[in-house]
Design a protein around this ligand. Structure first.
Ligand code: BGC
Length: 450
């Protein structure tokens, strides 16, 4: 053996999902519609016409799914709440039955010794709030804080780790700039406003937590490091812009109380001068930051790309996943060390990491070999362990995802699960990666030794 990958005592091993991607039954028990339910129901928005109407039917099968977590030996489960189940109109009236679903899920987890890690917003905004302008409305910060307070009062104590917003970049890039995700807008003027209000909402949620909660709260960013294709000044500048746009646009207001100057350059006249006072709200002390890492990008200058003027360059001789993402575990190590260097010693969790690969058929209803996904997991866990050696305060890892699920507008075509789901029968089958992950957990990482 040349290298040991044993993780420190207390390192938290988990898996993650999100509400719209797995629950199904979107309108059950008095829930209001969400923007995702609306978007998926609009012809032409989703691959193969897929929707989250049934998805993994987790709303009804959650007990069985907790058994799957138990079989992996998970310490923690990261999931999100569909806001419109709890507040069907987004604000005001609370729907006790919707709240009760999450309360029962939390009890089931605790009964099996699995610590809940609850994300308040993973993209499924109540449709009623979108009708009032959604994230373009400055009141959205107050709407979010009101909803967050309902959740804190109901579950804090049983839930000891909370996150406000998942991946604000995806919400604004997909939902407001390029339109591939709900609510499907394509507007350069809207994107920075939605982004800013999301970070105000996150701050308002954290403030509400300080008044009503007693445990930990943080925020979750997807970080994708950007490397220049060449050392030419225009490629270096393109990589800087791409990094500022995707990574710093969200982490900076939350943790530094400012925006990087490149954003004004990118958005030009569409970049508003936000009131200085807003940064007092966006910058709230967090107990941790969650980092979702999937891939990196190597970028070059490209004047035709609106508005970034940067484009990714495909790398020769590298493995790409089914979502077109390069497997590049060094990027995870670089991300974690960059984060520490820029934002200081904040406790970090990898709140998502995983890969979609083409999966062969299930053998005899009980096995599925997925060597590429196993390789991806191994590489990224080793990189995570190296980050700890490099001094990063990394406290846990959540695999994306527990189950194959609805990959947003790509529908069910991309499978990220540790468990295969047959969407016709709802049968769950562990992939070989699930077995590997269970070994890693049981051995505190020693199964990764080489
Ligand atoms: C999201 C998940 C998504 C995953 C894979 C992240 O952007 O938080 O909801 O399924 O990546 O694309």
């Amino acid at each position: 053996m040349t290298r040991s990958y044993r993780f420190p005592e207390g390192f938290l091993w988990g898996a993650a999902t999100s509400a719209y991607q797995i629950e199904g039954s979107p309108l059950a028990d008095g829930a209001g519609p969400s923007i995702w339910q609306r978007f998926a129901g609009t012809p032409g928005m989703m691959a193969n016409g897929d929707t989250g109407d049934v998805a993994c039917d987790h709303y009804r099968r959650y007990k069985q799914d907790v058994q799957l977590m138990k079989a992996l030996g998970l310490h923690s489960y990261r999931f999100s709440v569909n806001w419109a189940r709890v507040l069907p109109e987004g604000t005001g009236r609370v729907n006790p039955k919707g709240l009760d679903f999450y309360s029962r899920l939390v009890d089931e987890l605790l009964e099996h010794g699995i610590a809940p890690n609850l994300t308040l917003f993973h993209w499924d905004l109540p449709a009623a709030l979108d009708d009032r302008g959604g994230w373009l409305n400055r009141d959205s910060a107050h709407w979010f804080a009101e909803y967050a307070e309902v959740m804190f009062k109901a579950l804090d104590g049983r839930v000891q780790r909370w996150a406000t917003i998942n991946e604000p970049w995806v919400v604004t890039d997909g939902g407001y700039l390029h339109g591939a995700l709900a609510p499907g807008h394509r507007n350069k003027y809207e994107a920075p406003i939605a982004a800013h209000n999301l970070m105000r909402a996150s701050g308002a949620g954290i403030q509400a937590y300080r008044a009503h909660g007693r445990h930990e709260i943080g925020v979750v960013f997807n970080i994708e490091p950007k490397y220049p294709h060449s050392q030419a000044p225009e490629d270096l500048a393109a990589a800087r812009r791409a990094h500022a746009y995707m990574n710093e646009q969200f982490a900076d207001p939350a943790l530094l109380g400012s925006y990087p100057p490149e954003l004004k350059e990118i958005f030009g006249e569409a970049w508003p001068d936000f009131p200085e006072d807003d940064f007092r709200l966006t910058r709230q002390p967090v107990d941790f930051v969650g980092i979702n890492y999937y891939t990196r990008a190597v970028v070059r200058h490209d004047a035709a790309q609106y508005p970034l003027q940067a484009t990714p360059v495909r790398q020769v001789g590298k493995t790409y996943t089914e979502t077109g993402w390069e497997v590049h575990e060094q990027g995870l190590l670089d991300t974690l060390t960059w984060f520490k260097q820029r934002y200081g010693d904040i406790p970090l969790y990898i709140t998502e990491n995983g890969s979609a690969f083409y999966d062969p058929p299930v053998v005899e209803g009980e096995r599925l070999d997925d060597p590429l996904r196993q390789d991806y997991l191994r590489r990224h866990l080793r990189a995570a362990r190296k980050a700890i050696d490099a001094g990063v305060d990394l406290r846990g890892y959540y695999a994306w995802s527990l189950l194959d699920n609805l990959e947003w507008s790509l529908g069910f075509s991309k499978r990220f699960g540790l468990y295969h789901v047959d969407f016709a029968t709802q049968r769950r089958t562990p992939k070989a990666t699930a077995a590997l992950y269970a070994q890693v957990i049981a051995s505190h990482g020693a199964a990764l030794d080489e």
